[in-house]
Design a protein around this ligand. Sequence first.
Ligand SMILES: Cc1cc2nc3c(=O)[nH]c(=O)nc-3n(C[C@H](O)[C@H](O)[C@H](O)COP(=O)(O)O)c2cc1C
Length: 301
Amino acid sequence: MLFLGKEISTPLTLASGILGISFSSLQRVIRDGAGMVTTKSLSIEPRIGHEGPVIAEFDGGLINSVGLTNPGIAEGLEEVEKFKSGIDGVVIVSVFGANAEEFVQLARAVNDSTADILELNLSCPNVEDEFKRPFALMPDKITEIVSAVKAVSKLPVLAKLSPNANDISAIAKLTEAAGADGLTMINTLGHGMVVDAVAKRPVLRNNFGGISGPCIKPLAIKLIHDAYKVVDIPILGTGGVSTGLDAIEMMMAGAAAIGVGSAVYDHGLDVFKSIREEMETFMEVHGYAQYSDLIGILEEN
Ligand SMILES: Cc1cc2nc3c(=O)[nH]c(=O)nc-3n(C[C@H](O)[C@H](O)[C@H](O)COP(=O)(O)O)c2cc1C
């Protein structure tokens, strides 16, 4: 099947931030049944991120405050080259900047690499904003960043949206109007806080973090469906998928491909193989010939 003009073996995609950037682990994901991998979000300079613990499990999923730790765009793209020289799989390079100029600089660097798709992580804080709100919640900033990147990018551009936006349909439409070739949705929800009652402290060193995993799946599906109804660009649906049925539900709601993140923590890399096999079984039993037959076929009551 095709996603943004790229041939992919399955719609399954490693979500950003889950396995870092090491090319060998990214290659394993493709061998296990993913069609695409997303790198950790890369910035111009390396970033150390927050002090640990940065990730914790709770009943419904995960909470993390990794703090955008990454080795910087130059080293990240070296890993992409090694990945591409060893395996046939589509690489999405995720980037984040402090302003539109930095996003443009990152897009130019990715232009000169073997990456296939550029993803803009708009959930990083706008350092110029008094309250350091993320770009993904500011419609004018989304328009500014996406249109500036589109003016220079040689690659298709995915804009990654936040579930915290007030009106996702409006955000999806203006992101499409700014020129995005596709949407990735959703990033982590919140922030939330998980407490250790014995220690009388939050479990994360940073006190709060973004929520992911099974508990966000119904929200992800609703937001994807809302966006699907108002845009004509493909959606890389992400949020709480850990089984083949989860992936199928999300595709029926409108996703053209499926990101898998937290499930890798819970079930290991084998989760790609099991999701793919479960999808194939469902499709065979219910008479769907190809993955693309599932996209957006949900009928509302
Ligand atoms: C530990 C961790 C690190 C993450 N780092 C990034 C990141 O660097 N960039 C990004 O765009 N999303 C990041 N995310 C968000 C995921 O890519 C994904 O959008 C979100 O977790 C929802 O999917 P899931 O429920 O399958 O995990 C991270 C998520 C987790 C759990």
